[in-house]
Design a protein around this ligand. Structure first.
Ligand code: NAP
Length: 368
């Protein structure tokens, strides 16, 4: 096998950690001796072994003199786990092949320097793009301390996210909806405005077999979330945060008693300050958020520069209605040239629908 094939295997192994490693990266590793894989591993979940140690622990023969392939530069610091560089040196690994660089500027290259100084050969940048693609969330979170936000909506071909009555269940078919549950498993939090809670009474849980529920977050300036909503009633078993500007303990009490967390945040233009909310989510180690609308909150998040990716589930359906909602509300921009530009767009057919994924290029907006 070529080095790229070994690294491809590492990428596949890393993906087994989807949804479980947060706020750590997804990492995969293989150990190769005399042209054969003798050990494979990945970072299974937060708090457990790093991929390199996991692969070393599963070797079928001595790794002394072997090659290690790993999707991310090995760590050299003490965190929840001891440094991987120590384990690599102790195992007698002869060569290390790396995909992505360490995104932390303070640590980048340090692990590799240690290995080189002890006579280990090091090669970097193997399948870099694929390896970097595993950890968009982690790279963003490490650099900014705030969650990577994916704005998701389901829209008809005439640009509506709900009928004129406000009803939006269901715009897309079954396959697209199950894809959304994979995303709810993958990302750590899910965020909506109180308008969506009032209109849909959603659960916002993950209905994928073996999946993990995201932490549910509602932007609710005045605590209008109904106490008998499904969100509040299930807050004892699924983490739920109400982000509010309401400081009245009596108004907060029923939600606290139901098991919700109530976060008091500053206001901007009479509504929850979303930048402050993102900071607080980052401090709570929520590294990623699926923004599920509705239109008002989508606009505010975009305007505040807080959205990194857009996922549009496009249904071949038409609803009509001048008052039926489109995905992004607010005032909008005065001319097309001042719109947010999206880049690196990819389209995937999903059942009868389509998913279009794009990254937001903020510096293209406005005066930038
Ligand atoms: N097809 C889809 O993908 C999809 C997804 C979601 C929703 N929907 C539909 O969208 C509709 C609801 O959308 P919506 O636009 O009316 O409501 P929304 O965006 O869900 O919620 C807006 C409300 O959130 C509160 N909020 C708190 N802080 C905010 C901030 N910084 N910026 C903006 N809002 C903030 C505000 O109420 P307070 O000031 O009182 O806090 C605001 O009125 C429903 O019909 C729903 O079915 C469709």
């Amino acid at each position: 096998m070529e080095e790229q094939e070994y690294m491809r295997r590492c990428v596949a192994l890393a993906k087994q950690g989807i949804g479980w490693t947060s706020p750590n990266p997804m990492v995969g590793a293989v150990i190769v001796k005399n042209g054969r894989i003798i050990g494979e591993g990945w970072h299974v979940r937060r708090g457990e072994l790093h991929a390199e140690r996991h692969a070393l622990s599963r070797c079928t023969e001595s790794p002394d003199g072997a090659d290690l392939y790993v999707t991310l530069e090995p760590c050299c610091h003490h965190g929840r786990q001891p440094p991987c560089t120590d384990a690599i040196l102790a195992a007698g690994i002869r060569r290390v092949h790396v995909g992505s660089d360490d995104p932390n500027p303070l640590a980048a290259g340090k692990g590799l320097e240690i290995l080189r100084s002890k006579g280990v050969e090091v090669k970097t940048g193997i399948l870099k793009e694929e390896c970097d693609g595993l950890n968009q969330v982690f790279f963003h979170f490490i650099r900014t301390g705030t969650p990577y936000v994916v704005m998701k909506y389901a829209m008809t071909l005439d640009g509506k996210i709900a009928a004129y009555t406000g009803k939006s269940q269901w715009i897309t078919g079954k396959d697209a909806r199950s894809r959304v549950h994979q995303e709810r498993h993958r990302l750590r939090g899910i965020l909506v405005g109180v308008g969506t809670v009032l209109a849909d009474d959603p659960m916002l849980n993950c209905r994928m077999e073996g999946g993990r529920d995201p932490v549910r977050i509602v932007c609710d300036t005045h605590l209008r979330t109904p106490a008998d909503s499904r969100l509040v009633k299930s807050a004892g078993r699924i983490e739920t945060i109400l982000a509010t500007c309401c400081t009245d303990p009596a108004r907060q009490r029923p939600y606290l008693e139901a098991g919700c967390r109530v976060w008091q945040l500053p206001a901007v233009q009479g509504r929850v300050n979303l930048s402050a909310l993102m900071q607080r989510l980052g401090q709570a180690e929520i590294d990623s958020v699926l923004l599920e609308g509705g239109a008002e909150l989508n606009w505010s998040m975009l305007e505040a520069g807080l959205v990194q990716k857009v996922q549009v589930y496009l249904a071949p359906k038409l609803l009509g209605g001048l008052t039926a909602r489109s995905p992004i509300g607010g005032q909008g921009v005065p001319e097309p040239g001042r719109g947010w530009r999206l880049e690196n767009s990819v389209i995937h057919p999903i059942g009868e629908d389509f998913l279009i994924e794009s990254e937001v290029a903020y510096c293209v907006h406005g005066a930038c």
